[in-house]
Structure formats: C-alpha cells, structure tokens
Design a protein around this ligand. Structure first.
Ligand SMILES: [Zn+2]
Length: 653
C-alpha cells in the first residue's frame, strides 16, 4: 500500500515537471587511461562514435533511457542481435580463418605446440561430414557389450555409457564440481523430468544390429510404459531435495541388489574405497528403482539405454549432425561451435596462443584493478552492516567477498606448457568424426573422474582456477562474465575482453561504464537471494535462513521483487550499478561528458537484448537499474517524476 502511494505521488509530480533536455552532442570525456601509462585515443574516439551512432536523439533519456541509448541499434544490427552475439560470432570467425590458414600450411610453427595438430584433425573430420550415420556411434562402443544386450546387466551398459558423461536414466552416477577445491560423485534416481523421444533416425540406427526388433510404434509404446514405471519409482518421497553424504559402504548396505563396485570401476576406470563419500539424493528411491529394474526385461532396458544415449549425443550443444541438413553451407562455423563445447581446453589453448596472449598482460592489469576496487567497496558495505545481522554472518559474508577470485580468459592462469602437453597426450584424435566426438567426451569425463580422486595438490589448484565447461554447458552463460558459486570465482570469457565491452585502452568513463558494472553485477550475485547460501569455499551453508528473519533485508528484497521477473538478476543489476558508480567515484560527475558516456557505455551492453529464461529484457533491466541510481538523473538533468525517476528506491546491499 505504502509503495503504491509513493509511486502515485511521484507520477503525480511528473505532470507538473517539464521534461529534461535530451543530449545529442558527442560527450567530451576525460582522456586518460587509469591503469596504463599511454593509451590509444583512436580506439576511444572510434568507440564513442559507435556508441553515438545508436543514440536516437528524438527520444528523451529521462523518460526511457533504453529508447534513447539503443534507439538506432535495431536499424544497424537487425532484431534478435546483441553485442554479445556479435562478439561471439567474431570469435568463431577468428577460429575459422586461423584453421583454414593452418590447414593450407602444414609446416606452420603452430604444429610444434601442443593441441594444434589434434584440434585441426578434429576440425577436418567435422568439415567432411557426410549424411549423418548414427549407427557409427553405436559401433564404436564396446563390441563385447553390444553382443550381449539381452543378457548383460542394465547397470553395466549404463556404466559404459557413463564413461562418455552420459547419465540421466535408471540410476545416475555423475562426477560433479562440488566446492572451491573438490569434485564429488553424485548419485541420483532416474531423472523423471526427461522423456525419450524415439525418432525414426534413432530407431533406424539401433535396429541394424542383426537381432529382431519390434516395429517403431510398438517400441515407442514399450519405452513409454517403462518410463511411466520409472517415473513412479523415482518421484521424490518427500519435499526434501538436499543431497546427503553416504559412504560407498553405506550405499552397498542400503542397496545390496546392485554390484556397485563393478559399476563404479567400469565408469570411473578405478576402484573406489568403501569409506569414499558420495553425495546421494533419495537412497530409498534408488533402492526401489534397482529392485524394479533387476526384474524387468533386460533386452528392453538395454535398448532403451542405447536410445537415450543417441538422443543425448544429438542434443549436445552444436552437434553438427543435428543440423547437418540445414547447415551444409556453414559447416565450418558449426564445427567451430561444436568444438568450442566438446574440446574446450584445446580450443581455448589455441585461442590464447594465437589471439589473446599478446593482450593478456595489459588486460589483467586493468581488470584485476577494477575488480579489487569493487571487492573492497563491497567488503566495506558488508562490514557496515546496515541490515544489523549477527557478527558471525557478517564475518562469513565478508570472507566470501574477500576471498572471491577472478579469472580472465578461459584458461588456468600461469600454467606451464608442460600442462598442455600432458593434456594433449590424454586426448586421441583420428580421421572419423564419430570417433573423434566420442573421444572428446571420454577425454573430458576421464579428466574429471581422475580429478575427483587425485591428491596432487599442484594439479588440483590448476583445475580449480578456471572453468573447464562440461560439453553440455549452455551458450548464453558462457558469453559474458559470470559468478560461479561453487568456486567463489568470477570467470571473464574471451568474448567479453574485447570491444565493445572492454579495451585496456578505454578512458575511465568507457572502462567503468561496462567493466565495473558487469563485474559489479557478478560480484553481487555472491550475495543474491539464492547464491548467498554458499560460503567463501563454495560450501552450501544456508545463510538465507538467517537473512529470512531480518525485517529490513526482507523489505529490500520485497521492494525489488515487486516488479521483477527474475529477482536475482534485478538485485545484481541494482546493487551492481550502485557499487560500480561508487567505485568510479571521484569528481567524474563534475564533467558531465564523462557521466553521459559512462551511462551510454553501460546501456550498450543491453541493446537488442530481448531477455531469456533467466533475464528480463535489456530495456527493462537497464531502465530499472538506472532508476535506482540517483546519479543518472543528476547527469541527464531528469526531473522528479520522469519515467526514469519514478521507481521506488529499494535498499539492498
Ligand atoms: Zn546475472
């Protein structure tokens, strides 16, 4: 009630206020580089021209800043295009040009470095892909297993597929990143949210094994009724969805109808000790599933597993087989996209050496400096304790902010060439795409399985200093910086450390306008209403239970939540923008050119962004966030009650 009244008063106010003066002339910024001695003016001037080319000066920035700052974006770049997408496709093109050039020149020095030769062999096998032949994937699996589909225990086939990272049905065994220093083995019942779509292509690929198969529609029916039974058994028995620690010994005792040691040995390639601790979800459901599966039709179970496996491979991001028919003309590009997912480390090594290494030093200097400023500002805020939290909680949150790490680029920092040679030797590549694809999965999941059991501290430090994405990692997260709660670390991908977002040569307004806002947003995710629960070491601690009883904190959350589709993006947008401004600080406001440029650069990130399942649209996000920072209205001379000043000011961190 109070909020509505307040908004109504502000809106009423707007009727009596004249609109502010739109800004159309080019801003005059402070021309220095804050962290590098010399900086390139041309880069800055060109970039400002680009920013100004998107400005629609017919629009009033005080009414709708997005319409003003991004007004001409669509005319330049079409709809459904964002700066991030442009950056990503430029990187894909860099890869493509490099690969073509190296394939034409087999004596290029790059072949003397790790990874390059294998990356190029994989790429070539993808380029020459002919009509998809899914049967190839099956033929490449263990022949002995395939010869005994009607008698082999269902868990044996499942474990064999698990080596390629497949998990999802019956009983799921998966090695996952657990906290800032460890992976763990996770055990879960059948995923009842996923169903198999048995397509004709998958059916055709499977039934060429010489045995007799029921017709497609009949098999579809059989799979459907199997799934119904699995879903019934896998549905959680209680609302409690937390994982619990169990030793292998305890699992063996609770679910004796499964040969756990054998299954784990097959999937992980090693024996697991009885006292080894697992993360387990719903052991009762797993027990019920195992008992049911042990009495079901073995042949049907194993055929279902193979069908799920093929379907999974086709659904992996950018598998070129899935787009073979439509993607013939852009095969090179789709192979690059596929490889950036499936052979993450080798592809990024190549990018680093061929494109990024020469810029890394200057970039890190600038990015680390801005990050440290944001970090210490936020630490002070937490310490200031406006929400009147217990000292213990303040200490925990402060430690979390203080110990947060950042990694620039997509590779571990400061590792020797030896590390990459060692990784190169673990990965085998030939001339067949299907074999290469399966080998790339084996390469990744074997590394992860070994990491889970490794006690080599030096090597462990390397693997936890960057994010070697799973081949399933979604594109939209990877393209911009993101906070990874399990590692308490911010990853800044290659696609961000380039213009229009960033350049080490940027003048302060341009540098802080995006970098400080983007890093501010990501840092604030550490304290958002979900991720606040993880401590400095990435362990789940449920701090939100304590925050939930603090009235002032709940008031802030309620205020922000009242108009947000995605609460935790909004909290990060708002607090991140405030933090960034505080860091930029100083006397910047006195030179209005700087202020205007700062906000235009911030806006640019959102131009063309229509939102997704995690984010509101760019225009909603930008306008709301700037409505929460009074400096915006000051810079553009907006009167109380204009569109950009009408939102209620919400307190948060
Ligand atoms: Zn976010």
């Amino acid at each position: 009630m109070v909020r509505n009244l307040w908004t109504a008063l502000l809106l009423l106010g707007s009727a009596t206020c004249g609109s502010s003066v739109p800004v159309s002339q080019s801003p005059d910024p402070e021309q220095s580089c804050p962290y590098l001695g010399e900086c390139n003016s041309t880069i800055n001037e060109q970039h400002i021209d680009t920013l100004m080319s998107y400005v629609d000066s017919e629009q009033n920035p005080c009414e709708d800043f997005y319409a003003y700052a991004c007004g001409k974006w669509r005319a330049r770049h079409g709809s459904h295009t964002t700066a991030t997408m442009i950056s990503e496709s430029q990187i894909n093109r860099q890869y493509e040009d490099l690969f073509l050039q190296l394939l034409r020149n087999p004596s290029a020095p790059e072949y003397g470095y790790p990874m390059y030769a294998k990356v190029l062999a994989h790429y070539q096998s993808c380029l020459v892909l002919e009509k998809p032949d899914l049967r190839r994937y099956i033929e490449l699996l263990d022949r002995e297993l395939l010869a005994s589909l009607s008698s082999m225990h269902w868990m044996h086939l499942l474990a064999a597929l698990g080596r390629y990272g497949y998990h999802g049905h019956y009983v799921q065994v998966e090695v996952r990143w657990y906290n800032a220093t460890h992976h763990m083995i996770f055990l879960q019942p059948h995923n009842h949210h996923l169903n198999l779509t048995l397509t004709e292509d998958i059916y055709d690929a499977l039934c060429q094994d010489g045995s007799s198969w029921p017709p497609l529609h009949q098999l579809q029916e059989q799979f459907k009724s199997l799934e119904q039974n699995l879903v019934r058994l896998a549905k959680p028995h209680s609302a409690d969805d937390t994982f619990r620690n169990y030793s292998l010994e305890q699992i063996r005792t609770a679910v004796p109808a499964l040969q756990w040691d054998e299954a784990l040995r097959m999937q992980l390639g090693r024996t697991v000790a009885g006292d080894h601790v697992f993360q387990v979800d719903d052991l009762d459901a797993i027990k019920g599933l195992v008992e049911y599966l042990n009495t079901a039709d073995t042949l049907l179970l194993n055929r279902y597993s193979l069908a799920r496996f093929l379907s999974h491979l086709l659904e992996l991001p950018h598998n070129p087989l899935a787009t073979w028919r439509t993607g013939q003309r852009s095969r090179g590009r789709s192979c690059i996209r596929h490889m950036r997912r499936s052979v993450y480390l080798p592809m990024n090594y190549v990018y680093e050496r061929s494109f990024y290494a020469r810029r890394r030093h200057a970039d890190e200097l600038v990015i680390h400096s801005v990050f440290q400023q944001l970090q210490s500002q936020l630490e002070q805020r937490v310490q200031h304790n406006v929400f009147n939290l217990s000292q213990e909680l303040v200490n925990s949150l402060q430690a979390k902010v203080h110990q947060m790490r950042i990694n620039v680029g997509n590779l571990p920092p400061n590792v020797s060439e030896q590390f990459y040679w060692h990784s190169d030797r673990r990965w085998s590549v030939g001339s067949d795409f299907y074999e290469n694809h399966l080998n790339s999965l084996l390469y990744y999941y074997t590394l992860v399985a070994d990491l889970e059991s490794s006690s080599d501290q030096e090597e462990r430090d390397i693997w936890y200093s960057f994010n070697m994405h799973t081949p399933e990692f979604p594109d939209n997260i990877d393209a911009t910086p993101y906070f990874y709660c399990l590692g308490n670390i911010i990853f800044v991908p290659y696609s961000y450390v380039r213009r229009p977002f960033f350049d080490a040569n940027f003048w302060p307004a341009l540098l802080y306008g995006d970098l400080a806002n983007t890093l501010g947003h990501e840092i604030m995710h550490a304290l958002d209403t979900d991720l606040v629960d993880y401590d400095a070491r990435g362990n789940l601690r449920n701090f939100s239970d304590q925050l939930g009883v603090v009235e002032l904190y709940q008031g802030g959350v309620g205020c922000l939540n009242s108009s947000a589709v995605m609460l935790n993006e909004r909290t990060s947008d708002v607090s991140g923008s405030r933090l960034a401004l505080q860091t930029y600080g100083g006397d910047w406001l006195t030179r209005s050119g700087n202020g205007r440029l700062y906000f235009l650069q911030f806006a640019h990130f959102f131009c063309g962004d229509e939102g997704d399942q995690y984010h509101d649209s760019g225009s909603q996000r930008l306008n709301y966030a700037l409505g929460q920072v009074p400096q915006f209205a000051e810079v553009f001379g907006c009167h109380v009650g204009s569109g950009m000043t009408s939102a209620e000011q919400c307190p948060f961190w």
